[in-house]
Each structure stands twice: as C-alpha cells, then as structure tokens.
Design a protein around this ligand. Structure first.
Ligand SMILES: O=P(O)(O)OC[C@H]1O[C@H](OP(=O)(O)OP(=O)(O)O)[C@H](O)[C@@H]1O
Ligand SMILES: Oc1ncnc2cn[nH]c12
Ligand SMILES: [Mg+2]
Length: 178
C-alpha cells in the first residue's frame, strides 16, 4: 500500500466487479439509444476506460474538463469549463461519466448546462457518491459505491494531481494535505 495511504477503502477487485456490473446494466438501458458518454476529465478517465469496454452496444464518447478543486480538498464552488465538447448534443442521450460526487456543485452545474443544449436525456453515472458533504439537491442515476466523508485518491482521483495511478481507492493520510 502506498506510504501516503491510511487505508484501502475499495480494492482493485471490488472496483472491477462493480464497474462490470454497471456496464452490463447500462448496455440494457441504452441498448438502442447510441448514447454519448461524456468523460469528466481528469478523474473519471480510468472509470470511463473500464466502463465503456463493458458496454456491448453502439456508443460514442466525448470529454469535458471543468475546474472546481484544483489543489484543494474542498470545492471552490466556482465551476469553470476548461475544455468543452467537440460536437452538438442536441437530441442525444447523454451519460455523464464521473469519478466522484461530493458537494455536487460540479455536476449540478454540468447537468443544467447540458440540459440547456437540448439533449434528449442527461443522466449521471459516478464511481463514488459521497452524500454526507452534498451542498445541492443532486443524486446520481447510477453509482458504484457510496463512501463516507473522507478524502480519497486513486483510480483517477487525485490530491494536487498525485495518486491518480493507484489501482485502488484509498484514504489519504491527513498529514499529507494538512
Ligand atoms: O461534487 P464536487 O464537490 O463538485 O466534487 C466532485 C468533483 O471534484 C473532482 O474534480 P476536480 O476538480 O478535482 O478535477 P479532476 O477530476 O481533474 O481531479 C471530481 O472529479 C469531481 O469532478
Ligand atoms: O475525496 C475526494 N478525492 C479527490 N477529489 C475529490 C473531489 N471531491 N472529493 C474528492
Ligand atoms: Mg481532482
């Protein structure tokens, strides 16, 4: 286990199993809809890569980057679009693929913005849901794990751009960021 990690919250095997389960379910839900899966950079990259390979249906992908945390451990509440989509989503069935919903500020902004572009539907699939810190009324349509109020890293999640490459979800030692 990495020296900066206090405990492994979700193992590599648990992630693999749940992501495969979700991919199968999404294949049924989106079977004839040719969904546009939007990966929210950077944290959702490993989740997106694994999830779409378990979706055995026609689908398309695009990427967005927004900024809310930067090098902090709490959301600034200000959401900026750093990289927008490449194509129109008018009439498309959109699935936002995210790594974690914490305060909910990032996704509540994204969902409203995307709905304003006349998508046929906008749903959220998140790897992690941290409901204890929610600041807005937002729940994911699909979630792999619900976690307690702890700052976690790994499988895409970072602290100051580090730890994204850890294969598991771990709780960061407080001394690393305090
Ligand atoms: O529910 P919230 O409180 O808004 O927090 C969740 C958001 O924060 C993280 O992104 P971050 O800004 O760290 O960007 P990153 O994915 O590039 O690390 C995470 O990937 C979510 O997008
Ligand atoms: O626990 C967490 N770890 C990494 N990034 C974020 C953002 N919100 N919550 C987080
Ligand atoms: Mg981050």
């Amino acid at each position: 286990m990495h020296q900066d990690i206090k405990e492994i919250l979700i193992s590599e095997e648990q992630i693999k199993e749940k992501v495969a389960e979700l991919g199968k379910r999404l294949s049924e839900v989106y079977k004839d809809l040719n969904p546009l899966c939007i990966c929210v950079l950077k944290g959702a990259v490993p989740f997106m890569a694994d999830l779409i390979r378990k979706m055995e249906i026609p689908m398309e992908m695009d990427f967005m980057a927004v900024s809310s945390y930067g090098n902090a451990t709490t959301s600034s509440g200000v959401v900026r679009i750093l990289k927008d989509l490449e194509a129109s989503i008018e009439g498309r069935h959109v699935l936002i693929v995210e790594d974690i919903i914490d305060s909910g500020l990032t996704l509540s902004y994204l969902v409203e913005m995307l709905k304003g572009r006349n998508a046929a539907s906008v749903k959220i699939a998140t790897l992690l849901d941290k409901p204890d810190r929610r600041k807005v009324d937002l729940s994911p349509d699909y979630s792999c794990f619900t976690i307690p109020d702890a700052f976690v890293v790994g499988y895409g999640l970072d602290f100051a751009e580090k730890y994204r490459n850890l294969p598991y979800i771990g709780v960061l030692k407080e001394e690393v960021y305090q």
